[in-house]
Structure formats: C-alpha cells, structure tokens
Design a protein around this ligand. Structure first.
Ligand SMILES: *[C@@H]1O[C@H](CO)[C@@H](O)[C@H](O)[C@H]1NC(C)=O
Ligand SMILES: *[C@@H]1O[C@H](CO)[C@@H](O)[C@H](O)[C@H]1NC(C)=O
Ligand SMILES: *[C@@H]1O[C@H](CO)[C@@H](O)[C@H](O)[C@H]1NC(C)=O
Ligand SMILES: *[C@@H]1O[C@H](CO)[C@@H](O)[C@H](O)[C@H]1NC(C)=O
Length: 376
C-alpha cells in the first residue's frame, strides 16, 4: 500500500513534468516531441473507459462518476469503474506516457492526443444494438478515431501524422457486453439467431474495426480476449436456483467467442502485411485469480468489495450515484479481486496490466505490449 502510493505519486509528478515541458516546447518543435514514443489509442467498454461516459447523455447505470469509485488513487470519481486505475493507465505508465485522456474530456493543453486518446465507453459493444443509445459503440469509437487521425495529420503534417499512427499501439477490450446483453437486457436477441451466428457477428464487427484501423495505418494491436465474467459476482446471483455458481449460458458464448477471436487474429496476420498483435489471455489470467485468490495476494476472489446482497453481486455500488441509497463497502479494498459486481480493483488491474505488458508468451502473444511499443 505504502510503496504503491509512492510509486503513484512519482508517476503523477512525472505526468505533470511531461505536460509542463511539452507546453514549453510544443510551439517551437512539436514534431520532436512525438517522434520518440509510440502513442496509445484505447477502444472498448467499462474495463477501459477512463471517463467518456461522463460526457454523454446516458444513465447512471453505465456511469461511475460518484463515490466510492476512484477512492484509491485519484481520490475522486473520475468515471473509471474501479477504486483506482484501470489497465490502460498502467500500460501508459509502463510505456512512459502520461495518463491517456478520454476523447470527450474538455482539454486545455497543447499536446492534445499526440500521446494517444481513450475512446472507450462503459457498456459499449462491438454490435451497435448493444445498449444502443446509452453508450459509444465500437463503430462510433472508430469514427471518433478517424477524426483524431485527420486532426493529427493536419496538425503535425501528413508524414509525421502518419508516423504517429503507424507507431501507435491500439488497445482493445470489447465483446463482453455483446455477450451479456441478451441475458441482461434483451432475451429476444438469441431467439431469432443461433448462439454461433451471434458470436460470428460480434467477432466479425471487431475484425472489421481492426481492418479499418489497419487501413488508416495502424499496425500494432493489443487485444484482450473475454474474461470469465460468467463467474463475476453479478453473474453468481443470476440463476436464483444456483446462487454461487458461474452463469452457464454465458460460459458457452465466452468460450465460443474466444476461439473465434483467436482465429480472426491469425487470419488478419496472414492477410494483412505488417499486422502485429498481442493477444492477452484474460480468460486464463482472471480465472486463475478467481480460483486461487490467495496465490495472488487477495483474500476474496468471488465477493465484490462494493455492492449489496450475496457476493455483493447486486450492482448498487455508490448507490448508483444517489447519495441516500445504501450499499456495502469493504474496509480493505486490497483484499479484493472485484471492486464492484462486475469490475476489478486497481490491484487486480495492475496485475493484469503487468501480464499484458511483459507477460510470457503463454499468456500474452505472439508479441507482448512492451515488444509492440518498442517496434518502429
Ligand atoms: C430486442 O431484440 C430484438 C431482436 O434483435 C429486436 O427486434 C428488438 O427491437 C429488441 N428490443 C429492444 C427493446 O431493444
Ligand atoms: C456486424 O453486426 C451486424 C449486427 O449489428 C450484422 O448484421 C453484421 O453482419 C455484422 N458484421 C459482420 C462482418 O459480421
Ligand atoms: C489490507 O489488506 C492487505 C492485504 O491483505 C494487508 O497487507 C494490509 O495490511 C491491510 N490493511 C489494513 C489497513 O488492514
Ligand atoms: C506460463 O509460463 C510460466 C513460466 O514461464 C508458468 O509459470 C505459468 O504457469 C504458465 N502459465 C500458463 C497459463 O500456462
């Protein structure tokens, strides 16, 4: 606790120095500033959303800009669905980048987006139908990236803009909400179409977006497969007759999804010259922690820190933004794998981020993210 606090303070100090020095030199030589590092562009859902949903017209159920979210590191609710930092925050730190800002966050500096941008939106899916109207779908995130790409080329010049785009790393966590959606919101989705066809749509739409980023010049992709969220605290209470068991209907779709995603990435690598990827086996890394929490420094791998009911699996953390609504909050968040019914604690995010960054090939491959960042 103590030492991670110090590390995070150092990190924030570093971020401030970077932003001050970039303001100083950007006017003279902004090209020099961006030649050294690979930028980080982030796409996805609540696992990666650093606050975009704060700025869209939506419901508090897909937002978390209220206490106790953000209690650990930022000391205020930034919109991240965790007590502290998310995976992309740690990845940015390991890559010596400042925190990557949400695309929609009003910005008043000079180096806007040259280190990257976060487009992720809590609740988003690869399918436009998933939480339609409440979230920024992957398709819209891609359109937002296109605007940034155009802006970078006009600001930095065509050649330099293209270099930033081709050196950058594109990090994705998406697909989980599509898989959950038929079970949580609209059960008629899977009545009109087979499970297999549905998963094909999800992976097909993800693949289309990877291809479009590639066509815009992107070459380095970091992708998480879908974790065992059929066993998240919220899922353990879905079947009232089997409280405490993983939710089987979702298990099947997740397994199918992960197989098809791997095939799609292998196909893209074969088809698209220079396409490189780091696939993190999030399913394995998170399963290991759920099943053996003490091996990874957690006391509790199944019950959430914040929420209510069995396993604190009912999503009431923070009273959903309404101060008078009650919920339970654990005393010591570092003992927990899950912060709320569906999302990991900062400590867990850090462990996963380390595996994505420098993990051995049996957990992140064929490249790890560190290797992708170092490539020219
Ligand atoms: C639920 O899904 C069905 C089939 O995809 C669709 O026709 C319907 O409009 C959806 N309903 C809602 C409320 O989104
Ligand atoms: C993308 O999803 C839509 C449904 O939202 C589906 O009709 C379409 O076929 C999917 N695209 C691919 C390439 O699978
Ligand atoms: C919180 O839990 C961690 C991990 O189990 C432990 O090291 C630490 O001492 C605890 N802190 C407090 C204040 O109890
Ligand atoms: C991956 O390999 C490491 C050794 O490099 C080993 O400790 C670990 O258990 C392996 N993980 C999996 C998921 O096979």
């Amino acid at each position: 606790m103590e030492s991670s606090q110090i590390v995070s303070n150092i990190f924030f100090a570093y971020t401030i120095i970077i932003s001050i020095s970039s303001i100083n030199c950007i006017d003279n030589n902004n090209k020099k500033l961006v030649t050294k590092q690979s930028a980080l562009f982030v796409f996805g859902d609540s696992v990666f959303d650093a606050g975009n949903n704060n700025y869209i017209d939506t419901r508090s159920s897909v937002r978390s800009n209220y206490w106790p979210y953000g209690q650990t590191t930022f000391k205020y609710p930034t919109g991240r669905v965790s007590d502290g930092r998310l995976i992309p925050d740690f990845i940015a730190e390991y890559a010596w980048l400042p925190l990557i800002p949400p695309n929609l966050q009003p910005y008043n500096g000079n180096n806007q987006f040259t280190y990257g941008v976060n487009f992720a939106s809590g609740g988003a899916g690869a399918l436009v139908e998933t939480f339609s109207g409440l979230v920024i779908s992957l398709r819209t995130q891609l359109n937002n990236f296109k605007k940034v790409e155009t802006m970078l080329r006009s600001k930095l010049g065509d050649a330099e803009g293209k270099r930033v785009i081709s050196r950058a790393v594109y990090l994705f966590h998406i697909g989980l909400n599509d898989i959950q959606y038929p079970f949580s919101i609209n059960s008629s989705v899977l009545q009109s179409i087979s499970d297999e066809k549905y998963v094909d749509y999800v992976v097909g739409n993800m693949t289309d977006v990877f291809k479009e980023v590639y066509n815009l010049g992107g070459r380095k992709f970091g992708i998480l497969n879908t974790g065992p969220y059929d066993c998240a605290p919220a899922s353990l209470i879905l079947d009232q007759t089997k409280i405490g068991s993983c939710f089987q209907p979702v298990t099947k779709l997740i397994d199918m999804h992960n197989k098809k995603l791997l095939n799609s990435l292998r196909w893209l690598k074969h088809e698209l010259s220079g396409f490189k990827y780091a696939l993190h086996d999030y399913h394995t890394s998170l399963s290991e922690r759920i099943n053996n929490p003490s091996k990874y420094g957690f006391k509790e791998g199944k019950k959430a820190c914040c929420g209510s009911g069995p396993f604190r699996g009912t999503s009431t953390c923070g009273g959903r933004g309404i101060p008078s609504q009650s919920y339970d909050l654990c005393e010591n968040v570092t003992e927990y794998l899950f912060f709320d019914a569906f999302h990991l604690t900062e400590k867990a995010n850090q462990q996963i981020a380390e595996l994505i960054w420098s993990g051995p090939i049996n957990i992140t491959g064929p490249y790890n993210l560190k290797a992708l960042f170092e490539l020219n």
